[in-house]
Design a protein around this ligand. Structure first.
Ligand code: DX5
Ligand code: ZN
Length: 219
């Protein structure tokens, strides 16, 4: 199993984004997590295709695009063209989850589905074999800098058990409120892709990435 850090640029300093991205890349973060918010599925608005297109060639990191938007199928093609490598959609936001996953695959991208804290893990069951990754939200999506919801640990264990039972190689990503102080709990529960916004970009992104990577390397 590969353990990967995905710094969320939602918490970056946008006036020097390229420099900050590079710092995380050079310090070992293989993914870059790109949070798209539409002001409908979640209360806030972040950034979209033009920003992705512009930063795509500034890094070799895998672009891990997290779509927190209603009916994401409408925008899958555009995000694929703008440079996404992995496209994550919310189960709660899709009227037809399977069709949305197929659309991502048709665009030649890796597909992932995410669930909010109030959605039970069991709802993922029909889709486990169709996706490359499951994203478990450990905060209510919409804002960076929130507190990790402790019940998420049991949900990670449940999803890990489902993945093992089906004998599939689905990655388990966890997003929200993760710091060096609790990342080991998240990894011990069964996650292998860690999203971190404030923990990486709050302060020195190079030093913070290295500190996280030191822990991930132990797994
Ligand atoms: C929340 C976003 C997260 C967020 C994580 O809706 O999906 O990716 O940026 O930020 P932290 O690590 O600060 O909780
Ligand atoms: Zn996210």
């Amino acid at each position: 199993m590969k353990y990967i850090l995905a710094p969320s640029i939602l918490a970056a300093d946008f006036k020097c984004l390229e420099k900050q991205m590079k710092m995380t890349e050079e310090s070992g973060a293989e993914y870059l997590h790109f949070d798209v918010m539409d002001g409908m599925f979640v209360p806030s608005i972040s950034f979209g295709m033009p920003v992705l297109k512009s930063i795509r060639n500034a890094t070799d990191q895998v672009m891990d695009v997290h779509l927190m938007i209603q009916e994401p199928i409408r925008y899958v093609e555009e995000f694929a063209k703008a440079g996404a490598d992995i496209i994550t959609v919310h189960l709660e936001a899709c009227s037809d989850v399977q069709k949305t996953i197929e659309k991502i695959r048709d665009c030649g991208k890796k597909a992932a589905i995410s669930i909010c804290p109030e959605t039970p893990a069991a709802e993922l069951a029909p889709y486990l074999e169709m996706v490359d990754m499951i994203l478990i939200m450990s905060v209510h999506p919409g804002f960076g800098g929130q507190k990790f919801i402790p019940d998420s640990l049991q949900k990670i264990r449940d999803v890990k058990a489902m993945v093992e039972e089906k004998n599939v190689k689905t990655d388990i990503e966890v997003d929200g409120g993760i710091y060096t102080t609790n990342v080991e709990d998240v990894l011990d529960a069964g996650a292998n892709v860690i999203v971190a916004g404030s923990a990486v970009f709050g302060g020195d992104p190079a030093a913070n990435t290295k500190a996280m990577m030191e822990i991930l390397k132990k797994y």
